[in-house]
Design a protein around this ligand. Structure first.
Ligand code: HAM
Length: 428
């Protein structure tokens, strides 16, 4: 392809993707580290899975008729003719890895967490991207409602660890294969009767995914389905008991929640518990996190019959709330020492001094742009370095250095050979 105009060479990031620039990357690093810390307090270990997988894994795991699989996946055929997909979520990949590496044999309850990019071709808007990041956790190997309670409290604790309290935890039970199928037929009948009042999108869903009509954001759909039958009234005894035990445990753990019979989730793998954490700080994309139990997925993907529960949360949405609450002001990395030269002939010496300090782990900066001493000092200020040293002919001759503490203004004179020790001792 030949470009004639310069403009045509101006590449831009793809719609719905974002660069994380040098002046904000430290916020991501700090937030990710804090998430890891909370995950570790619950004894979850990090798992990292590849960015792409076989398309079949997601189609089978998430469900052929979901929006994600039907219209949002980034799917491509590689040069070998295989259909691959950039991961639209992480749970299916984690379960694939769990089965492939027999993780269940090593640890009967496998507890893992992740912080990972995910890709969905949705309409971009505030809080909705095409490449976004999820943090989440999966506990694989137990039916016990105490694990559901642990997962919900873990998710809530992460927000609380950032001082975020303006969120609501909504829980529901979406039943199991037996009670859900029976309920779906009852719901379908109800929806067919009122179908002329529903949006075209919801009308299409009646046959393939009737429960999704209940969480439609369309106002008319909401009014029309106000008296729709809810699954909570149709749960089998096993699902009913599990849900009651979960509520009991959450109350006992002082986790505040609301029961909302309309939480149905956009992925097909859920059984029993489904939950969402909704922010009261965000606009239309107000779901901070979502998750639930998926007791059939491991078997569905070729493993042994193994129950599991987990959650995932949008990292960008957490950052949006932190920014709104002015709680994203973390310390950026900066040089501890700025070594300036008064004379170009001292360049080699400052390169050598910087080398020595860096070898001892002291972050330092020097001028690499041949700037005047005045603009080097301005740069040291701009970089917010704690100390400034100026090296000139006098310093070289006398073998002595002046170290200026930029906060206190105090100047100390030391032997040039003592520089590293100065910053390794309490002074630095
Ligand atoms: P999900 O509800 O599809 O669940 O996504 C979880 C969270 O990811 C959402 O609540 C939202 O915060 C964030 N998110 C989703 N799509 C976008 C987007 N386009 N842009 C920005 N953020 C987004 C899952 O992915 C399940 N795997 C959760 C799970 C784990 N269930 C069991 N284990």
């Amino acid at each position: 392809m030949i470009f004639n105009k310069r403009e045509e060479l101006k590449y831009k990031s793809i719609k719905g993707t974002k660069d994380i620039l040098p002046d904000e990357s430290h916020i991501w690093i700090e937030v990710e580290n804090r998430i890891r810390k909370v995950m570790h307090t619950y004894n979850y270990k990090e798992i990292r899975t590849p960015i792409f997988e076989e398309t079949k894994l997601f189609a089978r795991g998430i469900g052929e008729f979901t929006d994600i699989v039907g219209k949002e996946m980034y799917t491509f055929t590689d040069r070998g003719g295989d259909s691959l997909t950039l991961k639209p979520e992480v749970t299916a990949s984690v379960i694939r890895a769990y089965i492939q590496h027999n993780l269940g044999e090593k640890q009967p309850l496998t507890k893992v967490y992740y912080i990972s990019p995910a890709f969905r071709q949705e309409r971009p808007q505030a809080g909705r991207l095409r490449q976004f990041h999820q943090f989440g956790a999966e506990a694989i190997g137990s039916k016990n409602p105490a694990v559901d309670a642990e997962i919900i409290s873990l998710a809530a604790n992460i927000y609380e660890s950032f001082g975020i309290r303006d969120f609501v935890i909504k829980i529901n039970s979406v039943g199991c294969e037996i009670c859900r199928n029976e309920y779906k037929n009852i719901l379908k009948k109800f929806l067919i009767d009122i179908s002329n009042k529903l949006s075209p999108e919801s009308q299409k869903r009646i046959d393939v995914n009737p429960m999704r009509v209940l969480d439609s954001k369309d106002e008319n759909d909401r009014i029309a389905t106000k008296s729709a039958p809810l699954i909570l009234n149709y749960l089998c005894n096993d699902c009913k008991t599990h849900f009651a035990q979960l509520q009991d445990l959450l109350s006992f753990m002082n986790v505040t929640f609301e029961v909302d019979g309309r939480i149905v989730r956009g992925l097909d793998y859920y059984t029993k518990t489904a939950f969402e954490i909704i922010s009261t700080e965000l606009g239309s994309q107000d779901a901070l996190a979502g998750g639930g139990r998926y007791d059939l997925l491991v078997k569905e993907l070729g493993g042994k019959d193994t129950p599991a529960v987990g959650f995932a949360a949008g990292l960008e949405r957490l950052l949006m709330v932190l920014q709104k609450q002015n709680q994203d002001k973390f310390q950026a990395p900066r040089p501890k020492v700025f070594i300036a030269y008064a004379d170009k002939s001292c360049e080699k010496i400052i390169l050598n001094l910087a080398q020595k300090l860096r070898a001892k782990g002291v972050p330092c900066e020097i001028d690499l742009l041949n700037r005047s001493l005045k603009s080097q000092m301005r740069e040291a200020d701009r970089q917010n370095s704690d100390f400034v040293i100026v090296v000139g002919e006098n310093e070289v001759k006398s073998n002595r250095l002046n170290i200026k503490n930029m906060k206190t203004g105090k100047v100390e004179e030391i032997d040039l050979g003592n520089l590293e020790n100065y910053f390794l001792s309490s002074n630095g």
